[in-house]
Ligand binder design. Sequence first.
Ligand code: GDD
Ligand code: MG
Length: 359
Amino acid sequence: MLAVVLVGGEGTRLRPLTNHLPKPMLPIVEKPMIARIVDWLAAHGVDEVVLALGYKPDAFVDAFPDGMVDGVKIHYATEPSPLDTAGAIRYAAESVGTRQGPVIVVNGDIVTDLNLTDLVHFHKESEGLATISLTPVEDPSAYGVVPTDSYGRVQAFIEKPEKDKAPTNLVNAGIYVLDPAVMNLIDSDRRVSVEREIFPLLVERGELFAMASDAYWLDTGTPERFLKAQLDLLRGTRVYGNDIDYAEKRGNVFLSPGAELEAETKGHVYMGFASKAERGAYLHDAVVGSGSFVAPWVKVIGSVIMPGAKIHEGAIIEDSIIGPDAVIGAAAEVKNSTIVGAESTVSSGMLLDGARHSL
Ligand code: GDD
Ligand code: MG
């Protein structure tokens, strides 16, 4: 089965991390998000994946130079200019020629345990041209909202409605099963949005179906959710993708080879390869990436330290993301969904509150 994964977006809400790496190449506990998606697809019979590329395509090609990710063949389709979601789907699918049967489409920033096999089965049984996976969320206004009838026939597709105007809390999970005939509905010479144009068109024709699931699902596109995706993996909230088996597990602490942990810990903590957290430091729900260093009297709470970062004495990192090879000065305070970019320095004693820092 063929899958198209949409990975061409700019990931603006995760800047400055995405200034260097496209969002799906960012690690979720040290493994690129895209590799986690491909593993999940492979578990449901996908043996060929086309990456619909736009923003920073080289990052993907460089990361997987032999065109394989965990045993799945990867094709690359780079749009000459961004074609938006539907345009990208058509461009990517056509770049590999025709295939028998339906095509799976996935947004490249999703982590999920969804039973894709069930979704494909539901699609084949329905009379539709396309089937969307739905997931319940607290605030539907950030998503595509999808009311259906009792047979699963979609009644409307409302992309990002105003707050409190959504008719249901079931939203588009960014996972679709499409008949090849859908491609013919997409103009190939302009930007076309699947959410704003193609799904509404299919609704009008009565050919769009959807199936809800309460399996684990998260869009990682905001700092809060990017953090949550990683901590959920440590907590075991996800059934699928708990592949941190190279690490020694001591209670709720994962210790990768070469990691040195002398700090006090609470909750779930991951220490990457050859990372070090000194005595007197405190780690509470934290991912400490490979080769990172945490000095004495540092507190890391609900945060992710990406590989090679250095956190100096007495700094406090709370609910924030520290980019690869960044340096946090002594007694600095970084909190409230701050993102510090790759190789950036935060001066000693500096306060960053909900900031985007890339100096
Ligand atoms: N190749 C390509 N070209 N990819 C694109 C383009 C493009 O022009 N534009 C966006 N993408 C990719 C992004 O990289 C991402 O993987 C995916 O399309 C969706 O874009 P996001 O920017 O993450 O959209 P969103 O999260 O606001 O909303 C979408 O996902 C929600 C579920 O997470 C919509 O599909 C919503 O309806 C949905 O609920
Ligand atoms: Mg998204």
